[in-house]
Design a protein around this ligand. Structure first.
Ligand code: SAJ
Length: 419
């Protein structure tokens, strides 16, 4: 396999690391993207994505001469599609980018080539949509070219480690496609390569993210119940998770990012009348930002005119990605309700310190559990504020310590009368 040429379509969170990794393993890689700006930056060895160690890997790939990038399609032996599949307003998958990538490949596809779809898609997309676009008389899967779905499973923030160490699902349209795709991934994956068919691989990927979404929804629902009945959900979760077969996820202000808040809808799309729990879990998680706004309203009494310092804007801790961030939904809603919001984010908005922003403020609202926020000092912050009030939506503030310094602490999921 090595020495073969690979074209990676889509140089985003998944495509760029994959292209760079393959280039450092000796493949001749051509990164194709529709965004000229992205391609220009990469030619200079600069990345548009913030992820630990990615810069170094991209630079090594470009300097080795094995990674070139461009916007014009070229023939290759292997094509990897890693383009986004967002969800539309009507909660169905937007496959426009996948279809466009497949049409691009169809223009240069030749006998013996391997096409791999990595993008997350509704079950059946590889076998119906992608295959349908690629095939033409005399060039069909199994009798001409090879086609497989190998979903990406990397966790933003730990992407380069997981790209190599995670097990990988390899789902070919036929046996030959599965074997060829497995050989490709064997060049850089240290985890196990698990072979299956394309539609199973598609469902497996959706099941993984749906499993996480439903479990976060369960934690969020218990947070609401705990608030109602006067229990501290964080303590209850800690205790329930002591059971050898129970492991809770964490409640929070909602689920963001471009995967977990999107992918479950692709399952709903496949079987709407059956995917009842999955759809409800999505709704539970989507309702959390509004609940947080109510929590803040209760804590400050009146949102109109209140000066609120929000801590965190990204979709989760210690990344600089703000896509689908529930923190932004909360911030926007607080502003709409008339609050003066001063934003801080330890990853993306650091111009002014929390101490500066806290001057004469009525509340601090912690929306993202960035590591840096564990170092916040209530002793310095309290005296600067109009009211020493902390609303913690991630359960990370040491309540007793903050209360000792005169703070009132309201925690998501903590019933009012718990001590
Ligand atoms: N969240 C909670 N409570 C938790 C865990 C997460 O509220 O206990 C929230 C986060 O704050 C965030 C959202 O969920 O807003 C999603 O964060 P995440 O860390 O769970 O997931 P992602 O979207 O960064 O990455 C997921 C991963 N999937 C799984 O863990 C099953 C990753 O492995 C996938 O590759 C990625 O989706 C993807 O691209 O599909």
């Amino acid at each position: 396999m090595s020495g073969r040429s690979i074209c990676v379509l889509g140089l985003g969170y998944v495509g760029l690391p994959t292209a760079s990794m393959l280039a450092t393993r000796g493949f001749h890689v051509y990164g194709l993207d529709v965004d000229e700006g992205v391609v220009r930056e990469l030619a200079g060895g600069r990345t548009h994505i913030s992820e630990p160690d990615l810069d170094t890997l991209v630079q090594a790939a470009v300097q080795s001469g094995n990674l070139r990038c461009g916007t014009v399609p070229e023939p290759a032996d292997v094509f990897i599609i890693a383009v986004p599949t967002p969800v539309r307003e009507d909660r169905t998958a937007d496959l426009e980018a996948v279809s466009a990538a497949a049409r691009t490949i169809a223009g240069v596809l030749k006998k013996g080539d391997l096409v791999v779809l990595e993008s997350t898609v509704p079950p059946g997309t590889t076998a119906a949509v992608v295959r349908g676009i690629l095939e033409r008389p005399g060039l069909r899967v199994g009798a001409g070219f090879l086609l497989a779905h190998c979903p990406e499973r990397v966790l933003p923030g730990n992407l380069l480690v997981e790209l190599v160490s995670n097990d990988r699902i390899i789902g070919g349209i036929d046996e030959g496609s599965t074997k060829a795709a497995a050989e490709l991934y064997r060049s850089f994956v240290m985890g196990e390569l698990i072979e299956t068919d394309a539609t199973t691989a598609e469902l497996v990927k959706l099941m993984e993210n749906t499993h996480r979404d439903v479990n976060i929804a369960l934690a969020n629902e218990f947070a609401l119940i705990a608030e109602r009945i006067g229990v501290d959900v964080w303590e209850a979760i800690r205790l329930a998770s002591r059971h050898p077969r129970v492991q809770f996820l964490r409640p929070g202000p909602g689920v963001g990012g471009h995967c977990i808040a999107v992918d479950p809808w692709f399952v709903v799309q496949a079987a709407p009348e059956l995917a009842r729990l999955i759809a409800t879990a999505r709704d539970v998680n989507d309702a959390m930002p509004a609940h947080v706004v109510e929590l803040v309203r209760d804590a400050v009494d009146r949102l109109e005119g209140a000066v609120i310092v929000t801590l965190g804007r990204t979709y989760k801790a210690d990344v600089s990605d703000v896509r689908e961030s529930p923190a932004i939904s909360v911030i926007d809603a607080l502003r709409r309700a008339g609050a003066e919001v001063r934003e801080h984010d330890a990853m993306v908005l650091r111009k002014r310190s929390v101490e500066e922003l806290a001057g004469q403020a009525d509340a601090l609202v912690l929306l993202v559990d960035h590591n840096a926020y564990r170092e916040l000092d209530p002793e310095t912050l309290g005296p600067r504020m109009n009211k020493a009030l902390m609303v913690d939506t991630r359960g990370v503030i040491d309540r007793k310590a903050w209360e000792r310094h005169g703070f009132k602490v309201c925690t998501l999921g903590r019933g009012r009368d718990t001590r």
